[in-house]
Design a protein around this ligand. Sequence first.
Ligand code: NAD
Length: 306
Amino acid sequence: KPVVGFIGLGQMGRPMASNLFNKTAANRAGFVVFDVFDGAVADFTKTHDGAVRASSPADVAAQADVVITMLPSSPHVSSVYEQMAPAVRKGALLIDSSTIDPATARRVAKSVLDKVDAVDAPVSGGVGGATAGTLTFMVGGTKPAFDRANPWLQAMGKSIVHCGDNGNGQVAKICNNMLLGSTMAAAAETMNLGVKMGMDPKLLAQIINTSSGRCWSTDTYNPVPGVMANVPSSRDFEGGFAVPLMQKDMGLALSAAQDVKASVPMAAAADQLYKNILATPGLEKKDFSVVYEWLSGLFVRFVRKP
Ligand code: NAD
């Protein structure tokens, strides 16, 4: 039976690793974890009996036959793959679920493909989907590598889609997130307009959610505090999908669009909003739905004093 490794126990990685740990107990010989933040590893090993702390990405690669990485961005993935490459077990399977640029995904896969199977498998569904084990995985890699990754991804997600060769999972992901960044900004400005004109936000959301303006940003992750329970807007925009990660994804999409000469004016406007939020001390780590507070002017309650 294979040993499973997980690197990156953050907002997404922790619940994903938890589902993988719990649902694959019968199919694996061991479970090793690593994160540069020691507290995340300590918390995971304490709450998952049998999970073992590894000392580095190379240590994970040396022990594990299946390695999942869930890291912030392209430089982190490049660095972790550089550390893993000399240590990987021949015939292992590497799955990167971080959202990174397609070119880096192709490059890191190529760096290990002579020894192992490697796929990019970014996700959509947020922390809620990661916790419930209902994520969508967009997978780039050969069909045999996809088939091999599939049962492990099933433990963390509901919809596992083969998008083509290495890098194509990331292409699907950045297209989805470019749209998400734009729809969240559009939902925020719409809700703000309604509220400013005297409409009850809960009622407005209810109407939109049974009308043609409905989208994920209005019906599952509404950005107005008090409209929905259990979303970041109901807890001061803590947790969830942080602004720097959303702005990173908008940047990935805008730069890819420039490469292929695709026109993306809506995304460019939304990107500017997230950049402004990022430059505001006190907002820079909030969930991206804080764009509502930014547009409504209410954000001043979060601004850090110099
Ligand atoms: P996060 O910042 O909460 O977690 C990243 C984790 O990686 C942290 O625990 C960090 O300590 C660790 N890390 C950083 N560098 C490392 C290294 N060199 N070695 C080992 N560990 C390292 O981020 P997240 O929200 O979990 O997102 C992870 C990825 O998933 C990102 O690419 C993001 O764009 C994507 N994503 C996030 C969401 C979401 O809702 N949060 C949804 C879909 C996709």
